[in-house]
Design a protein around this ligand. Structure first.
Ligand SMILES: *Cc1c(COP(=O)(O)O)cnc(C)c1O
Length: 340
């Protein structure tokens, strides 16, 4: 038994999902003729109360497209120092859009409206012009933390006052909605553009969607083409997304409660120095000073357990659809009895 907790992207499609994919009606989406893609895009647009949604092969491409839609070369994006768009999209913000990031020194990937305000450049010719605030919910590097919705509203007013775009990297937004009892409509009202991943907690093999307002989304199909993200009979993948929305959303709370269980056991262990607060499906923890990281990985690896290092001495566990109750029992017992 291999227990892979490196990411919630390691899941394989379930039988039900594969059946849904196999029976999808498809067409050439580049000719705008794939009926299943249209259903998925319409469904997500409606969920968020937005006029437009566009299917993408990856969350990175959806984010990169959004940033390009919001900015001109030489301008600046405000985001947290932990942001995925800054850390894990291969420098795409500068490569694709020619913009720089003004990094906010936030807490667990989140910042305040006051911090965002201070990061807006004054309107002088020698400054880079601030054009976008991008936030991430839940935060990945921040350990699956969820934003306080009131702070998001405050940042929205800031965007309005300074005529800035407001983008949400919602790769794990559904985890936040589950935990905070919020809705897609709440988020649709605040943000100009929202990217969501079907390939994370929802367990699809691939797929992200960018949702947004009509004006800002005008060039989205063209930009997706520029980035090479146009796809043909991709309704097979959109069908996986539709299936996941129907069947896999409701179970995200299981991932969250399992993550909390793991956090509690880790916090008890003498080999662990700290466990960050657990809100959703991500557990980030640090080893005690005298514990060798490589050795820790090796011992768990020999017991069939895989996790990942986040740099700076932080380790990460992510629970997901393919992490069963049986695996959970085994993991908790193994961790409890782990001697180093
Ligand atoms: C996974 C992820 C993405 C998108 O990643 P892809 O692998 O390109 O689909 C974007 N933002 C965050 C916060 C993520 O965790």
């Amino acid at each position: 038994m291999i227990i892979d907790l490196r990411s919630d992207t390691v899941t394989k499609p379930t039988k039900g999902m594969l059946d849904a994919m196999m029976s999808a009606k498809v067409g050439d989406d580049v000719f705008d003729e794939d009926p299943t893609v249209k259903i998925l895009e319409d469904r997500l647009a409606n969920l968020f109360g937005k006029p437009r949604a566009l299917f993408f092969p990856s969350g990175s491409m959806a984010n990169q497209t959004a940033i390009k839609l919001h900015t001109n070369p030489g301008e600046q994006v405000i985001c947290d120092k932990y942001a995925h768009i800054y850390n894990y999209e291969a420098g795409g913000v500068s490569f694709n859009s020619g913009v720089s990031c003004n990094l906010v020194d936030g807490h667990r990937g989140m910042f305040t409206a006051k911090q965002a305000k201070d990061a807006i450049n004054p309107d002088a010719f020698y400054y880079s012009q601030t054009s976008l605030i991008a936030i991430e919910n839940t935060t990945n590097k921040g350990g699956g933390a969820c934003w306080d919705f009131n702070e998001l509203i405050n940042i929205k007013s800031l965007c309005n006052n300074h005529k800035l775009g407001y983008h949400l990297d919602g790769a794990r937004l559904w985890n936040a909605l589950e935990e905070k009892r919020e809705t897609e409509l709440d988020y649709g009202k605040l943000f100009n553009t929202i990217s969501v991943c079907l390939s994370k907690g929802l367990g699809c093999p691939i797929g992200s969607v960018l949702i947004g307002d009509d004006d800002i989304m005008q060039q989205s199909v063209r930009l997706r083409k520029v980035f090479g993200g146009n796809m043909r009979q991709v309704g097979y993948l959109a069908a996986a997304g539709l299936y996941a929305l129907d069947h896999h959303r409701v179970r995200l709370k299981d991932d969250h409660s399992k993550a909390k269980d793991i956090g509690e056991v880790l916090a008890q262990h003498t080999a662990i120095k700290t466990v960050e607060p657990i809100e959703t499906n991500i557990v980030i923890f640090e080893l005690a000073e005298d514990v060798d990281e490589q050795q820790f990985f090796e011992i768990l690896h020999n017991k069939g357990i895989k996790l990942i290092g986040m740099g700076g001495g932080k380790l990460r566990i992510v629970t997901h659809l393919d992490y069963t109750n049986q695996m959970h029992d085994y993991l908790l017992t193994t961790l409890k009895t782990l001697s180093l």
